[in-house]
Design a protein around this ligand. Structure first.
Ligand code: MD3
Ligand code: FE
Length: 214
């Protein structure tokens, strides 16, 4: 990528709808700090493949940081203060995470964003995330902020019913998606990640999603 292209891409914004947008390259300046923090988080709360209430093992590997962590098992989906695998609290949200989430939310029109949870998703090549809504949070209006790192992916941006038409949104390393308000409850998913080798992250894609649970 030429420096000129990189500089211009970084300032681009794609408005997906009224209150959903992609801030291209928004996290590029802080990637090193994020990756250092992720390594510390996974040292105490390792990535794991959760089981759905239906008994399927999720393709995406997950861990959490923050007051609340998203969990799934045969009993259902929920947020818990404690990592069921270790019996201890989830690692705290690092300052670099909170700063990035608040800045991105502000630039997308949501002032004063203070998330209390960050779900960290890890995708190997071939991994997908099927169409779903994020509906386990008490706050259904506060934005969700998503940070993409590593291999590129194609997001499916849907409507408010599962069967609604979806739009494909390509996402690259460093892109940040913010969606709140009326767009908070849209169906969304990720197509299977194509095989590849990212210069920093190798054969994987990481995604941070910040949420306000309580
Ligand atoms: C919102 N994660 O963890 S976030 C999740 O890339 C989750 O790991 C995905 O969905 C991931 O719950 C996607 C970014 C995103 C993409 C498309 C959307 C959010 C969206 C479309 C509508 C609303
Ligand atoms: Fe989601």
């Amino acid at each position: 990528m030429s420096d000129l292209f990189a500089a211009q891409y970084r300032e681009t914004r794609t408005q997906l709808s009224e209150q959903a947008c992609v801030l291209h390259g928004y996290a590029l300046d802080v990637v090193d700090a994020l990756l250092t923090d992720i390594r510390a988080i996974e040292a105490s709360a390792p990535f794991r493949h959760l089981v759905t209430p239906g008994g399927h093992v999720m393709q995406v590997a997950m861990t959490n940081a923050g007051t609340f962590g998203w969990c799934s098992d045969r009993r259902g989906y929920r947020y818990d203060r404690v990592d069921p695998q270790t019996g201890t609290r989830w690692p705290a949200l690092p300052p670099a995470f909170l700063q990035l989430a608040a800045n991105a939310a502000r630039d997308a029109g949501f002032d004063g964003y203070v998330p209390d949870a960050c779900l960290i998703n890890r995708y190997a090549p071939g991994t997908r995330l099927s169409l779903h809504q994020d509906r386990d949070e008490d706050d259904r209006v506060a934005p969700i902020v998503s940070v993409s790192l590593g291999l590129p992916a194609t997001f499916l941006f849907g409507g408010f019913a599962r069967a609604d038409k979806t739009v494909r949104v390509p996402l690259q390393h460093g892109d940040v998606v913010v969606w709140g308000g009326e767009d908070r409850m849209r169906f969304h998913g990720v197509l299977p990640v194509k095989p590849g080798l990212h210069e920093i992250l190798g054969e994987q894609r990481l995604n941070l999603t910040f949420r306000k649970v309580k």
